[in-house]
Write a protein that binds this ligand. Structure first.
Ligand code: ATP
Ligand code: MG
Length: 189
């Protein structure tokens, strides 16, 4: 099963995706985590990636796509995958469609986690104190939210018109949100 998981920064994508991949036994492809692991190295590429992420901007589409397409084609993903935080722009969505058409493996479902901005800001400022992520500070958080509304929001309509979108209220407890996700899946779990 191929699943896309969309949500604003701080929506709880990481947490819910970890539970979902365990349930479905498919790989978790988090572009945020992949990019952070590139940033942990000491190279020209890591500094290039950091210049985007630490400013709250999206990494360039072609770079993200290169990382993702390599993973999707690997044998690990022969039974499916969960895309967390990808695609995040219309260009990425189009490139993913092209890739999956080429592989003859259409997307099964797109899960959207909905959380209002004020709740997100509170959550991210709290996470800033505990996780020490360089992009969790007031200015960057606001920029990431702005970028989400401008660049990622249009994907919701795009996938809705393909009949693939399932929207989930992400403000409830971790357990309740996961229950709603399970019910939205196209297979019984
Ligand atoms: P959450 O807290 O819900 O997991 P998040 O937005 O805080 O979400 P990530 O998804 O881990 O965290 O993304 C962190 C950063 O990595 C983004 O702000 C962006 O700069 C970069 N990034 C992640 N995915 C992409 C992508 N598909 N395209 C471009 N940049 C990306
Ligand atoms: Mg994340």
């Amino acid at each position: 099963m191929l699943i896309v998981f969309i949500g604003p920064p701080g929506a709880g994508k990481g947490t819910q995706c970890r539970r979902l991949v365990e349930l479905l036994d498919i790989p978790h492809l988090s572009t945020g985590e992949m990019l952070r692991s590139v940033m942990d190295q000491d190279s020209a590429l890591s500094r290039y990636v950091a210049s985007y992420i630490n400013a709250g901007k999206l990494a360039p589409d072609h770079l993200v796509m290169r990382i993702v397409s390599q993973k999707v084609k690997s044998p690990d993903c022969s039974n499916g995958a969960l895309f967390d935080g990808f695609p995040r722009t219309m260009v990425q969505a189009q490139m993913l469609d092209d890739l999956l058409t080429e592989l003859k493996r259409p997307l099964d479902i797109v899960l959207e986690l909905q959380v209002p901005d004020d709740v997100l800001i509170t959550r991210l400022l709290k996470r800033a104190k505990t996780d020490g992520r360089a992009d969790d500070n007031d200015a960057t958080i606001r920029e990431r939210l702005r970028v989400f509304h401008e660049q990622t929001k249009p994907l919701i309509q795009y996938y809705a018109s393909q009949g693939k979108l399932r929207s989930i209220n992400g403000t409830h407890s971790e357990h309740e949100v996961f229950d709603a996700i399970r019910k939205a899946l196209p297979v019984a779990t």
